[in-house]
Design a protein. Structure first.
Length: 372
């Protein structure tokens, strides 16, 4: 490919000139040459080397690695692409090596072609599935496999989050990376509570799903000394147990201090509403997480008995509410805690931005003292 060779300090200036006149080729990048020179790729409409516009800079021919398509749609035939221009998927979600995409009715018949184009464009993807919405008691996604790189249709895969590998299976258990920042905030709360109590803490996560919150908490040296975890969905609990084994095996102590075994270390597969019926779960936890956003506030009363008595403890959860219900929900949280004998030291009830335009996705965090 023909290139304009320029002193490297003038690269930006010549690139601008070539772009303004549409002489720059987008099929290759800028190449570094010996002698402090750079080469800008030119297309066929750029004038010959002899033209005075080049100010005496030379043209050279370089073998280049063409950039190739940058979007999966570029692998679809032009005519077809234009015929359904408004219907092709505009976004997709990736969990590990599984890609999940919603396919509009109008292009459903091209599902396999779309998936092949995605596999061609995205080398890290093994399996492409159509998302057919949530279903069943545990509201997990129905996935329809469209194309696979290696013949395997297994949706179980691993996701890296905050340096931890998590086993996930989008067709069997809930997982979303959208709450990943919230997990860092949970870690900050846990550290603050650890500092306040002057000791390692016990965490309960009764709606743990596959257990992403525990990934960050257990990787912090000596922060956690025990846990009560669970989920109603047996498939989620299976993945949760795998993940906890993995996080526990990587647990580190602060330098020189040997690690105590985690105690309690329980994983339940049952309704969180019933946990407090077992007295061995009550009064055990310093921090309780409540992640069942459509019911978190109504489940609070059943979870408060898990907290330790006569000390500062924290209940932190997430709730989806109507915008107009903000004050009413905050009042319900306060009243629920008081009715169970808790004194609130500090309460925050703040919106987590970017989830929905119609409803509010809220995070509440109450620092409380439950009296005996
Ligand atoms: C929104 S997901 C949160 C999962 C996890 N905490 C996370 O952040 O990825 C809610 C989880 O609660 C579970 N669940 C629903 N109802 C439950 C109940 N009554 N008791 C315990 N778990 C429940 C679901 O199976 C699901 O895994």
């Amino acid at each position: 490919m023909r290139h304009l060779s320029v002193p490297s300090a003038q690269t930006q200036q010549w690139l601008e000139i070539c772009r303004t006149h549409n002489w720059h080729s987008k099929e290759a990048g800028i190449s570094r040459l010996e002698g402090g020179l750079n080469a800008i790729p030119l297309n066929d409409s750029a004038p010959n080397e002899s033209d005075s516009v080049w100010g005496g800079n030379k043209h050279i021919v370089l073998e280049v690695q063409l950039k190739g398509p940058t979007h999966w749609l570029e692998h679809i035939e032009q005519e077809l692409k234009e015929a359904y221009i408004d219907d092709w998927p505009r976004s997709y979600e990736v969990q590990g090596d599984v890609l999940i995409v919603k396919i509009e009715e109008a292009v459903w018949d091209f599902g396999e072609m779309i998936a092949d184009a995605m596999l061609t464009q995205l080398p890290s993807i093994r399996l492409v599935c159509a998302d057919q919405g949530v279903h069943g008691e545990f509201r997990v996604r129905k996935l329809h496999p469209l194309a696979t790189r290696d013949g395997s249709l297994d949706t179980k895969t691993r996701v890296k989050e905050h340096g931890n590998l998590l086993w996930v299976d989008p067709s069997k258990a809930y997982f979303s990376s959208r709450l990943s920042n919230q997990r860092i905030e949970t870690l900050a709360t846990a550290k603050r509570l650890h500092k306040r109590l002057g000791r390692s803490i016990v965490v309960a996560d009764p709606y743990a799903g596959i257990g992403p919150s525990m990934g960050v908490l257990l990787s912090e040296p000596a922060l956690i000394c025990g846990y009560l975890l669970g989920d109603l969905n047996p498939d989620a609990v299976e993945l949760l147990a795998l993940n906890i084994d993995y996080f526990s095996s990587r647990r580190k102590g602060t330098e020189g201090v040997p690690l105590q075994p985690l105690q309690p270390a329980k994983i339940h597969c049952k309704d969180a509403f019933e946990w407090a019926e077992d007295s061995s779960n009550c009064g055990q936890c310093d921090l309780v997480l409540v992640n069942l956003p459509h019911q978190s506030i109504s489940h609070l009363a059943a979870l408060l008995p898990l907290l330790r008595r006569d000390q500062t403890s924290v209940i932190r959860g997430w709730a989806i509410i109507e915008r107009s219900q903000h004050e009413e929900c905050e009042r319900t949280i306060v009243e629920t805690i008081s009715s169970k004998g808790g004194t609130i030291e500090e309460l925050s009830f703040t919106e987590v931005k970017g989830f929905s335009t119609t409803k509010s996705f809220m995070c509440f965090e109450a620092w409380i003292n439950m009296s005996t």
